[in-house]
Design a protein around this ligand. Structure first.
Ligand SMILES: [Zn+2]
Length: 1047
């Protein structure tokens, strides 16, 4: 890859994930080759030329913009460099306090905060009583009335949308579902849609679609392309899966979307236009943002709290423009349709009365596989009954239509794994066609009915809205936490299977690091060869296949029954095996790429041998970090391979048992030199047996009585004191939650239905270990069900400013219990706290007394904070889990759940496959006095807040630790040299999300010369002053353009 071909990104707006739009790029590369979805194929030469001319004009404009911005950036960089150290020296109090100016860049954040309009979901929560009255046939709603003449001028325009919800793993594994059901559905689709061009189907999961594509012949592929071109088959969303929106990190959400979209672009030449998310257990605006960025115009959501649905139905706001909380413009707006009723099956989609709607699910005809629990079975449509049946159904359609502002009506027709058998297609499509024919032959009924795709519906909706000059309301906020009935809140799945939630993030970090280093390696190889070819002895194709498998395994795990932890035991083992295998393979790619990059003499490269210890910092920031390596001697020294200088190190024991150190393994930690950008460096270990480290200090203490232990333990972090003088009291406690007794409903994989709550009290005194050294000090407490460690790194800069907290949890001996870590502080946070959504943005939460305890738990993907007018306490997390702040100053984090029973949501199992599970956090206390004084944004009314710059950096370090690669041979050490591809640190509010090598469009499974660069410009809080000042600048302009950041 020539550097000039590495595409840099223009990041517009303060929060843009600059999705290096694959489409844009492919569009530019392929020109008129690409076909628009639904447009007639082919085209005249003149049109093509005109199209091409437009593209060239567009490119010229882009180039000119580019040049202007590059010039601007160069100036900015020069100024920034000069001012960075000045700013650091002047420190924040002069930048903030004395001069009375906000941090540069805050102006924009302020505008974003001032720009709040439209409906705020938090306000809706304040408004609603959550009293759950019986609504009659529509149990969770109300009686819907109509006069009958509402459709006289504008007929009801019905789109019945056939769909089949295919979980990529749940009760069965992905492969088992594919073989037993999915491939038959898709095979039958080709036949049954081809029989009648009025028939339609939408399909969401590209993981299944691509697997099936590999199995079918060219003839079938051609038939599929015809169906897509004819608009009979629409690929909706186009993601690899329909992701969980609570536990997924936005890196993985985007990656799975890209994997699916790239596949569609390559094999079908289509770009999805509408999103379809009927089953994720709550919905996040981060997903809406990514869909909009990926070129989608519309989306549909389903699992929303029943009280919110009812309120929105009353207000006719079930269709709205979903806007990002922080966006003062309409840039992020996407049209969203919220389904009004309980479920996405047929009984809950044709109208408010499930007993009636069920009669129109013809798969439930007597003698077929399933039935209507409301005890009135469907009847086949005949000439004799069509009048009566049509009117019965029309009544439901009309009632449903009254909940929306337009008279265009969306009604899904499907369920989980539907249309497997050929006969199901016949009963559904034939019976409905008879009803539609009847409707269309009776204009006095004022209904135009047909099968449609999702985009057919949205197209008609927008047309109708525009002719009637109807506008949709704007909405901000998220749809957590979800309850489907009564007090059944789906807040358990925020934590279920925490071992795998952590493994997910391990693969994510490994994949990102490997993507970056692999792309840089290919670029470096192409640069070193004048003809741009790759090194012959580097297995680029094989590695690219491993990368692709890694991407797809991570993508598969984002499915809403995978990372959610709501799948059967053997299915989670299948996912876990995929994740683990990919981590191993990607490590090999990483190690081999690093080795090639570091070798001075590239001819000595061999892909299966690597030398020495190599550290790769996968972040875009200069960082001081502690590197930990396990060695077999306590006398290890670390030598910088380049300079021969001995590094400062600290040797610690590896504990064979809580009180018995291993005699043959030790951990050596070193820091200092690891001040890198995206850099690989190498070290050498020397083992001298002459002296033992004198500073090694282990203190073992067996406490003698429980009370002393509790004192010792619970007050372990007593006070955190900042240089500014701010002091906050902080304690860590542990709690148990039980589940309800005497009730049919108990906690399970999805639901959290807690009963008693109690402080964790150990029957045995814990063992407490304390280590001190030049690099870190820590205290570890061993309890029967967990090991809790608090560690302070003695490092300069931001890395030394937060406390590392880690837990190792084992609750396998328990019955129906959940273990919670509670942080108790004197931060006066009231009933508010902030948790992140997908690691992408922060969302304010309000703990409401009118809701049951379990309703006040929210998902945390990577961060949570509490604040008052003078301080902020942030907890940054390396894994997803459930979090709550039930009392002011407190945070509860659910660490693991062991539940003996199913919770009646179809899984048919409890959660009893617990494992020894690690969790990792950084706790950061910050002073916000100066900032709060200056910003004066009214602490009470604000909905929007962001992490501080320091918290962003701490989170980055936590989620993307340095990658350590070790090999024992040292024969070629001196021939290695560090590799530093970046000019300098990127601004510290800019995150290099990914550098992703794209697949060759001609040759399958082969890396192309194109690489997608993703930059994310993050919002940051202005009232929390970075202390010490980070050694990076932050971007001050609304539009940030970087020249290629690579050397
Ligand atoms: Zn599902």
């Amino acid at each position: 890859m020539k550097r000039s071909r590495m595409l840099a990104v223009l990041v517009g707006g303060i929060f843009c994930v600059a999705v290096m739009s694959l489409y844009r790029m492919l569009d530019l590369m392929q020109g008129s080759e690409s076909k628009r979805y639904g447009e007639p194929p082919g085209g005249q030469v003149d049109e093509d030329l005109a199209h091409l001319q437009q593209k060239i004009d567009g490119l010229e404009r882009l180039l000119s913009d580019n040049n202007r911005l590059v010039a601007m950036l160069r100036d900015t960089l020069l100024q920034s460099k000069a001012s960075a150290w000045k700013r650091a020296n002047n420190s924040i109090d002069s930048a903030l306090g004395r001069r009375g100016e906000a941090l540069p860049g805050c102006r924009l954040a302020k505008e974003m905060k001032d720009g709040v309009d439209g409906v705020q979901l938090l306000d809706v929560y304040d408004l609603l009583p959550f009293d759950n009255p019986d609504g009659g046939p529509w149990k969770q709603g109300f009686e819907i009335t109509y006069k009958g003449d509402e459709w006289s001028e504008q007929p009801l325009e019905l789109f019945l949308i056939p769909h089949s919800h295919n979980d990529p793993g749940w009760i069965k594994t992905f492969d088992a579902y594919y073989h037993d059901q999915t491939r038959h559905i898709l095979d039958n689709m080709v036949v049954k849609l081809s029989e009648d061009n009025r028939r339609k189907l939408i399909w969401a999961e590209i993981s299944y679609f691509s697997k099936w594509w590999n199995d079918i012949d060219d003839q079938k592929r051609a038939a599929v392309k015809r169906l897509v071109e004819a608009g009979q088959l629409e690929l909706v969303t186009g993601g690899w899966v329909m992701p969980d929106e609570a536990n997924s990190h936005y890196f993985a959400m985007l990656d799975q979307l890209m994997e699916g979209h790239q596949w569609l672009q390559k094999h079908l030449g289509v770009k999805p236009r509408s999103g379809w998310a009927i089953d994720p257990f709550g919905h996040s605006p981060s997903m809406a943002y990514l869909l909009k960025g990926a070129g989608l115009h519309n989306m549909l959501i389903q699992r929303v709290h029943y009280s919110i649905k009812k309120h929105f139905a009353q207000q006719q706001t079930l269709e709205f423009l979903w806007r990002q909380s922080w966006d003062s413009s309409s840039r992020s707006d996407i049209t969203c349709h919220m389904m009004p009723f309980y479920s996405y099956d047929v009984p809950h989609t044709c109208g408010p009365n499930p007993a009636v709607c069920c009669q129109f699910d013809f798969q439930r005809l007597p003698g077929r596989r399933t039935f209507c629990p409301w005890k009135i079975p469907p009847k086949p449509i005949t000439d004799q009954n069509v009048h009566e049946r049509a009117l019965l159904l029309l009544d439901q359609y009309r009632q449903k239509s009254r909940l929306f502002r337009s008279s265009v009506l969306l009604v899904p027709l499907g369920d989980d794994f539907r249309y497997v058998e050929s006969s199901e297609w016949d009963v559904q499509f034939n019976n409905y066609q008879k009803l539609f024919d009847y409707f269309n032959q009776h204009p006095e009924l004022h209904i135009k009915a047909r099968f449609g795709t999702l985009s057919d519906y949205f197209q008609a909706l927008h047309r109708r809205l525009s002719t009637t000059r109807t506008t949709l309301p704007k909405l901000r906020g998220d749809f957590f936490s979800y309850a489907d009935r009564d007090d059944h809140y789906w807040t358990g799945y925020f934590t279920s299977r925490p071992f795998y939630k952590r493994l997910d993030r391990k693969l994510e970090a490994t994949l990102r690091a490997t993507e970056i280093l692999f792309s840089l390696t290919l670029a470096e190889m192409r640069r070193s060869h004048s003809d741009g070819r790759l090194a012959e002895n580097f297995p680029a194709r094989e590695y690219f296949q491993w990368l692709t498998t890694g991407r797809r395994n991570l993508a598969l795990f984002q499915h809403h029954d995978a990372v959610a932890g709501t799948e059967r035991e053997h299915v989670v083992v299948d996912y876990g095996t995929r994740l683990f295998q990919s981590i191993l393979n990607l490590h090999q790619v990483l190690q081999s790429s690093a080795h090639w990059l570091l070798l001075l003499d590239k001819s000595q490269y061999h892909h299966d041998q690597s030398k020495s210890l190599i550290i790769f910092n996968p972040t875009e920031q200069l960082r001081t970090s502690v590197i930990s390596v396990v060695v077999d001697s306590p006398d290890a020294q670390v030598i910088d391979a380049e300079t021969g200088r001995q590094m400062s190190t600290q040797i610690s024991a590896v504990w064979a048992e809580p009180s018995r150190p291993s005699t043959d393994t030790f951990q050596v930690r070193t820091s200092s030199l690891i001040r890198l950008l995206i850099t690989a460096v190498c070290f050498n270990f020397l083992f001298s047996h002459s002296s033992s480290p004198s500073w090694l200090n282990f203190l073992l203490c067996h406490s003698s009585c429980t009370i002393i232990l509790l004192t010792c333990f619970y007050f372990e972090i007593q006070k955190l004191r900042l240089q500014s003088g701010l002091v906050r009291k902080i304690q860590v406690q542990f709690l148990w939650y039980g589940t309800r007794t005497g009730s049919r409903d108990k906690s399970g994989a999805y639901l959290f239905l807690p009963a008693d709550e109690g402080l964790y009290i150990s029957s045995e005194p814990p063992l407490v270990r304390i280590s001190r050294g030049p690099i870190f000090s820590d205290i570890t407490s061993h309890f029967p069900h967990f090991t809790h460690t608090v560690r302070l790194f003695h490092l300069d800069g931001h890395a030394g400013k937060s406390l590392e907290i880690s837990n190792l949890v084992d609750i396998r001996s328990q019955v129906n219990r959940e273990l919670v870590m509670k942080i108790v502080s004197d931060v006066a946070s009231g009933n508010r706290f902030y948790s992140d959504l997908n690691g992408f943005q922060m969302q304010q939460r309000r703990t409401l007394a009118k809701l049951p305890l379990q309703a006040n738990f929210y998902p945390m993907t990577s961060a949570v904070f509490l604040q008052d007018s003078t301080s902020r306490l942030s907890l940054l997390s390396a894994q997803s889990q459930g979090v709550a702040s039930l009392k002011p100053g407190e945070l509860e984090l659910v660490l693991d759940r062991r539940l003996q029973q199913d919770d009646n949501r179809g899984l048919g199992q409890g959660v009893t496959d617990n494992k020894l599970t690690a969790s990792l956090y950084h706790l950061l206390l910050e002073d916000r006095g100066g900032g709060a004084k200056i910003c004066r944004w009214g602490l009470v009314s604000r909905h929007i807040d962001h992490l501080s710059l320091l918290a962003h950096l701490a989170s980055l370090s936590l989620c993307h630790p340095p990658m350590t690669m070790v090999a024992t041979s040292n024969s070629q050490l001196l021939k290695l040299r560090p590799f530093q591809p970046l000019h300098s640190s990127l601004p510290c509010d800019i995150h290099l999300l990914n550098l992703r090598t794209l697949e060759d469009t001609q040759e399958a499974d082969t890396p192309s010369q194109e690489t997608a660069l993703f930059l994310h410009r993050k919002g940051f809080d202005c009232s929390t002053a970075p202390e010490p000042a980070p050694q990076c600048t932050w971007s001050e302009h609304e539009e940030v353009m970087t020249r290629s950041p690579f050397i």
